[in-house]
Design a protein around this ligand. Structure first.
Ligand SMILES: [Fe+2]
Length: 191
């Protein structure tokens, strides 16, 4: 099975159980609209700035395990879990240092990433730790005991773009919320 197909399965499982409609979110009386299920999964496209294409290619191929696609002297396409991300060479990187706090950690406001299956996230964490990569935010569980409980870790590419890998024990929790907890960090306690 290709990486793209795996990514499709992951997202379709996120959208379960009611393909083609709305499904109740766990622990909530609200419903989650699931437009992606109706359309089936399509690859997203993300373009991002980088300051060095050689270092960028080394990072995304060797550390992130991406394959490469088309390229120009100023850009490279990468296959990121079946999605198309494109690094564009710029003279000056935009300021991404003013990070906000999420669950007590400083998180850069611009970042991208992927929601992995629970075992997939742990396998990646182990391989990144074994490779001694520098995490921006070390692997940990965010919002423990709350509806939004998730495993997360961040690392930066050589240009300072942050990539987040996250995972939920139950994919249906991705958009789950507890009614009346709109202002509560982590989406409210599981009751
Ligand atoms: Fe995030």
């Amino acid at each position: 099975m290709s990486i793209a197909n795996v990514a499709q399965l992951v997202v379709l499982r996120i959208c379960n159980p009611t393909v083609g409609g709305s499904s109740p979110s766990v622990g909530s009386t609200k419903t989650v609209n699931c437009t992606m299920c109706e359309l089936s999964m399509r690859p997203f496209h993300l373009a991002f700035p980088v300051s060095d294409l050689v270092k960028t290619e080394a990072f995304y191929v060797d550390v992130m395990n991406c394959s490469t696609g088309r390229r120009t002297p100023k850009s490279i396409n990468f296959n990121f879990y079946g999605h198309q991300i494109v690094a564009h060479l710029v003279d000056q990187m935009p300021d991404n240092v003013k990070s906000g706090r999420v669950d007590g950690k400083r998180v850069p406001p611009f970042h991208f990433g992927i929601v992995l299956a629970w075992n997939q996230w742990h396998e990646l964490r182990d391989s990144l730790e074994n490779a001694n990569v520098d995490f921006r935010i070390k692997p940990h569980i965010r919002y423990p005991g709350k509806i939004g409980e998730q495993a997360t870790m961040f690392l930066d590419d050589p240009s300072g773009n942050s990539i987040e890998f996250k995972s939920f024990r139950d994919d249906k929790k991705l958009f789950a919320t507890v009614q009346g907890s709109e202002n509560e960090i982590g989406g409210g306690k599981i009751v």
